[in-house]
Design a protein around this ligand. Sequence first.
Ligand SMILES: Nc1ncnc2c1ncn2[C@@H]1O[C@H](COP(=O)(O)OP(=O)(O)O)[C@@H](O)[C@H]1O
Ligand SMILES: [Mg+2]
Length: 331
Amino acid sequence: MDSTTRAEESTAALAAGEGAAEIAVSVRSLSKTYGDGYAVHDLSFEVPRGEIFGFIGPNGAGKTTTLRILATLLEPTAGEVLVEGRCVVNETEEVRRRIGYMPDRFGVYDGVTVEEYLEFFAGAYRLPRGRRAAVIKDVLDLTDLGALRDRMVSSLSMGMKQRLCLAKTLVHDPSLLILDEPASALDARARIEMRVLLKELRRMGKTIIISSHILTELSDLCTSVAIIEKGELVVSGSMDLLQERKWGTDRVKITLHEPRPGVEEALVEIPAVELVSIEENVVVFDYAGAPGEFYKVLKALTDREVPVVSVEHDSRNLENLFLRLTKGDVQ
Ligand SMILES: Nc1ncnc2c1ncn2[C@@H]1O[C@H](COP(=O)(O)OP(=O)(O)O)[C@@H](O)[C@H]1O
Ligand SMILES: [Mg+2]
């Protein structure tokens, strides 16, 4: 065997190996234009298997466009999207079998009962007739709609209709759920029920992508996130990593009455202080310590009689980042 063949073999093995199997969705340099404007521009992120993945951005950021491409309903202008290793453009059927997509504006037929509605979709997904009753019972139980199976869809509350729509997307047992702003039309109680249901679906081994224009709605539900703005990625990664390591620091700016020697030496001795830069009478650094211990920074300076005039904090946690992005137009 020559070396080229071995190299090719090991590349193939890598692609089919554990690393690839752990990724549910891979978005690579995705762009979508409408007319001459970009709705999504050079967007790349990955969704690991088994995550509840928050896809977050202000209105018009490109969430629906991206999710519709993932769901094979819209073709990308450029770039590549793989769902469990299958291309959304060339392997449409393979991808559709694996996903359940709930659009932002869902309609449910009003003139049928809950059970008839699900029977219709079980048929549309070509479930074998012998299995349909059992599958419908399972999804009704899961979405807590069992007691309502004979009710007319038209008589359901908004929250119930939403759960019915989710039940419909579960009929073919997809491994990936794509939910576009599922909480936007729900009252507080229905939102809580939705969260419980999503956690249960995750326990069953499903990967869930859920979009929202409200970060706080998702921050304690999601295990990882991508934040987009104007069609471009701002940040993505696991929630723990983003909250604690990357964005859990404050940028601090201290202004002095006049420049003083020894300020940098005093600051670098404090473990929570990083990336000190001093220009004339302005001192800037990252503070990653507990808020209650910030006085230690000031004490180190005042002990040396450094003439501090003002201290400004710019908190770089996710919520602040998001508020800056949306300039206060959402919660
Ligand atoms: N069918 C369309 N034709 C033209 N522009 C569109 C169309 N759909 C979306 N857009 C534009 O693309 C951008 C992204 O929209 P969208 O993906 O719906 O964002 P989001 O779901 O984050 O609110 C917006 O500027 C929107 O106006
Ligand atoms: Mg949208």
